[in-house]
Ligand binder design. Structure first.
Ligand code: GYE
Length: 335
């Protein structure tokens, strides 16, 4: 049996005290309901492997998961893999050895998980994918996925560009794409969704796609190289805000005006990107929320209780762009 968390003990003490103290009425009081939902049970132990610290999105996601675990009274074993798949595999193995109730992880890439996930399944520990997908021939290696719909995000980015071209009568737009980590789900699906929306439309041409690995520093480096290689760039589609922030530095250092000389479309919605959207330096921000913690804790508790969970859970996500009437009223993003 695992030790109860402090929150559970405090709640139990509070309930015991509440039962002993009369609240003023004359009728005998019945026992209060267990509103926390975890009274009397063992604390649920969740092993979570985060992939790294590459972006503000990721930092926000890590913080949100840790805070949500506390709120939910879930005991969290947290490991950060510093951008290495090998470290994630090690962390998952240690969660298995520790016999956690549930394992969740954000897979850095899609391939290469079968062996370790088979070990988890053999140990009877349910595995929840968060944030990114894996590719496997054995779908029983994970019980569900919680995270964004990346294909939809790519489509929203493409739809914005089509709308911009329609509204302003733009033609012959030369596009460069800064992609995320190769072989990661958001990189592949954001690309596909975007291409789907502009396919067959002669107004658009993708000149080149380069990977900036979701990093601000690489976003800048790549943009410098792209500006050197291409005489004219009209549109930048960047797979995350961190790379976009780096690219904007490069664009400004080259004497160009982001948002005007180059249309900028980005994904995530971190505060710094929203600020630049409001300043006119970014034209469209497709939201991808890192706030997955509460959903993860909810699903974790269900799995620990042996309940079924949906195979796929997507959070609700928005798009913010220069055409929005309420552009200046976007609430603080928290990441
Ligand atoms: O867009 C990016 C990152 O997997 C959705 O990873 C995530 C992406 C996010 O670091 O900023």
């Amino acid at each position: 049996m695992r030790p109860r968390s402090r929150a559970t003990l405090l709640l139990a003490a509070f309930l015991a005290l509440a039962l002993l103290l009369p609240l003023g009425g004359c009728a005998p009081r019945s026992a209060p309901e267990d509103t926390a939902g975890d009274g009397g049970e063992d604390t649920v132990l969740l092993g979570f492997s985060q992939l790294g610290r590459e972006s503000a999105w990721r930092m926000g996601n890590s913080r949100d998961i840790q805070e949500a675990a506390e709120r939910a009274g879930v005991q969290l074993m947290y490991d950060n893999a510093q951008q290495e798949q090998e470290n994630q595999i090690k962390a998952i193995r240690s969660f298995i050895a520790y016999q956690v109730d549930v394992i969740a992880f954000a897979p850095i890439v899609e391939q290469g998980w079968d062996t370790v996930l088979t070990e988890a399944r053999d140990a009877g520990i349910p595995v929840l994918l968060t944030d990114r997908f894996i590719v496997t021939e054995d779908p029983s290696l994970y019980v569900g996925y919680v995270g964004a719909d990346f294909l939809a995000e790519g489509r929203k980015a493409g739809a914005f560009l089509v709308e911009k071209a329609d509204r302003e009568g733009l033609e012959d737009l030369k596009i460069v794409e800064l992609s995320g980590t190769l072989s990661s789900t958001p990189m592949q699906q954001r690309s596909s969704g975007f291409r789907e929306m502009i396919a067959g439309d002669a107004r658009f041409e993708i000149l080149e796609t380069v990977s900036g690995d979701f990093l601000r520093s690489k976003g800048k480096e790549c943009m410098i190289a792209l500006l050197e290689r291409h005489e004219r760039i009209d549109v930048l589609f960047s797979h995350n805000d961190s790379m976009t922030l780096g690219a904007i530095e490069a664009i400004e250092e080259a004497g160009l005006r982001p948002g005007e000389d180059i249309i900028i479309i980005t994904v995530d919605g971190e505060q710094a990107a929203i600020d630049l959207l409001q300043e006119g330096k970014i034209n469209c921000v497709v939201e991808c929320t890192p706030m997955l913690g509460d959903i993860i804790m909810d699903l974790t508790k269900k799995l620990a209780a042996g309940e079924e969970i949906p195979r796929v859970t997507h959070p609700e996500e928005d798009v913010f762009c220069e055409f929005d009437a309420d552009l200046m009223d976007i609430p603080p993003r928290g990441y």
